[in-house]
Design a protein around this ligand. Structure first.
Ligand code: UT7
Length: 335
C-alpha cells in the first residue's frame, strides 16, 4: 500500500498581551536583567489573564490555523492538545477546544510530554493521516506556565511564559511534508523537571499547597546538560532518517529554553545562528507552544519558503525528546 504523505496545511499562534519584563521580575525576586539575558537570552515573556486557561489560548491559535488551512471546524477529524498545563486533570483540554470550536466530528485527546509535546503530537497526528484513518488533524501546543510557576523561586520563575501554537495536518504532495521523526524518553530522570503534587501520587492537601509542591521544580544544570546532548543527537538522527545531510537543512526550529542550549546545538551541528528560528528573547520558554509559535512567526514573515527542509527538535519533562524533519509546503496540500 502506498504511504500517504502528510504536511502542515495551516498554522497559527496566539500569545497573551501582558508583557512581563526582566526588570519587573527584578522587583519580585533577587535577580537582574543582566543575569537573565546573559544566562538565558530571555528579555520578556507573556502572561495570561487570571481567567485564561490553556484551552482559551489553544482555541485562539486553532482558529488562526484553521483559517490559514482554509478549513472549517466540522472538517476536523481529530484534535490533539500537547500541554503540561491542562485546564483540568480531566476532561482533556482537547475536549474543551472541541466544544469551543464546535468541531462536531472530531475525536479529542491531550498529550503529556512536557516541552516535547508538540513534536510527539505532530508525529502522532500524522500517523492517523498516513494510515488513511483521518483526513484533517488539528495539533496544538498550549501552555499557561505562569499558573504553575513558583513566583518566589528565581531559579525557575524567570524562564517561563504563556502562549499557544497550532497546525492543521493533512495529505500533501509526495516529497513534501513530514519526512521522518524520532521520539524518545528516559523516565529514570523524571524528578529533575517535575510538578510533584496534584496527581494521584501526591494529591492536593494543605501540606502540598504550603510547601509549593504544585509548582515547577527543576534541576536546571542537569536539564541543561541533557538538552545540549540530545538536541544534537536527535537532530542528526531524524535528518539521517529523512535521507538528508545536516548541511541540507534550511532551518532548525528548536525548543526555546535557553539561548545557550540553542547555540551549543547549532555549534555541534555546524549551523549558523540565522538558520535557527529563535523567539525566546520575546516569549521565554513556552514549553509545548515554543516550537509552533516560532514556526508560525518564521512562516508568516516569509523566512520559511516552500521546499525548505526544517528540523523541529525538543526536549523536556519525562525526560523526553523528539525531532521531526519536514520539507515545507506552504499550502500543505496538493497544488
Ligand atoms: O524546557 C525544559 C525546561 N528547562 C530548561 O531547559 C532549563 C535548562 N537549564 C538552564 O537553562 C539553566 O541551567 C538555568 C538558566 C536554569 C540556570 O543557569 P545556570 O548557568 O545553569 O545557572 P546555575 O543554576 O548554575 O546557577 C548559577 C548561579 C547560582 O548562584 P551560586 O550558587 O553560584 O551563588 C544560582 O543561585 O546563579 C544563581 N541564580 C540566579 N541569579 C540571579 C539562579 N537563578 C538566578 C536568577 N537571577 N534568576
Amino acid at each position: 500500500m502506498k504511504k500517504i504523505s502528510v504536511g502542515i496545511s495551516g498554522i497559527g499562534s496566539y500569545v497573551p498581551d501582558k508583557i512581563l519584563t526582566n526588570y519587573d521580575l527584578s522587583q519580585m525576586v533577587e535577580t537582574s536583567n543582566e543575569w537573565i539575558v546573559e544566562r538565558t537570552g530571555i528579555e520578556t515573556r507573556r502572561i495570561a489573564d487570571k481567567d485564561q486557561a490553556a484551552s482559551d489560548l489553544a482555541t485562539r491559535a486553532a482558529i488562526k490555523a484553521l483559517e490559514s488551512a482554509n478549513a472549517t471546524p466540522d472538517e476536523i477529524d481529530l484534535i490533539i492538545v500537547a500541554t503540561a498545563t491542562p485546564d483540568h486533570l480531566f476532561p482533556s483540554t482537547a475536549c474543551v477546544v472541541q466544544a469551543n470550536l464546535n468541531a462536531k466530528k472530531a475525536a479529542a485527546f491531550d498529550m503529556s510530554v512536557g516541552c516535547t509535546g508538540f513534536v510527539y503530537a505532530v508525529a502522532t497526528g500524522a500517523n492517523f493521516i498516513s494510515s488513511g484513518i483521518y483526513k484533517k488533524v488539528l495539533v496544538i501546543g498550549s501552555e499557561v506556565l505562569s499558573k504553575i510557576v513558583n513566583w518566589e523561586d528565581r531559579n525557575t520563575c524567570v524562564l517561563f511564559g504563556d502562549g499557544a501554537g497550532a497546525v492543521v495536518l493533512e495529505q500533501c504532495k509526495d516529497g513534501y511534508g513530514i519526512l521522518s521523526y524520532e521520539l524518545g524518553s528516559d523516565g529514570k530522570d523524571r524528578d529533575c523537571l517535575i510538578v510533584p503534587a496534584g496527581g494521584s501520587k501526591l494529591p492536593a492537601s494543605e501540606d502540598t499547597v504550603k510547601n509549593k509542591l504544585h509548582a515547577i521544580q527543576m534541576e536546571g544544570r542537569d536539564v541543561f546538560k541533557f538538552a545540549v546532548r540530545i538536541m544534537e543527537k536527535a537532530s542528526i538522527s531524524a535528518t539521517e532518517k529523512a535521507g538528508l545531510k545536516v548541511e541540507e537543512l534550511d532551518f532548525l526550529v528548536p525548543h526555546q529554553a535557553n539561548i545557550r542550549i540553542i547555540d551549543a546545538a547549532l555549534k555541534k551541528l555546524n549551523l549558523s545562528r540565522d538558520k535557527a528560528c529563535i523567539n525566546l528573547n520575546k516569549y521565554g520558554n513556552m514549553s509545548s507552544a515554543s516550537i509552533p509559535v516560532a514556526l508560525d512567526e518564521a512562516v508568516r514573515d516569509g523566512r520559511i519558503q516552500k521546499g525548505d527542509n526544517l528540523v523541529m527538535v525538543a526536549f523536556g519533562a519525562g525526560l523526553t525528546w523528539g525531532s521531526l524533519v519536514i520539507r515545507w509546503n506552504k499550502e500543505g496540500i496538493d497544488d
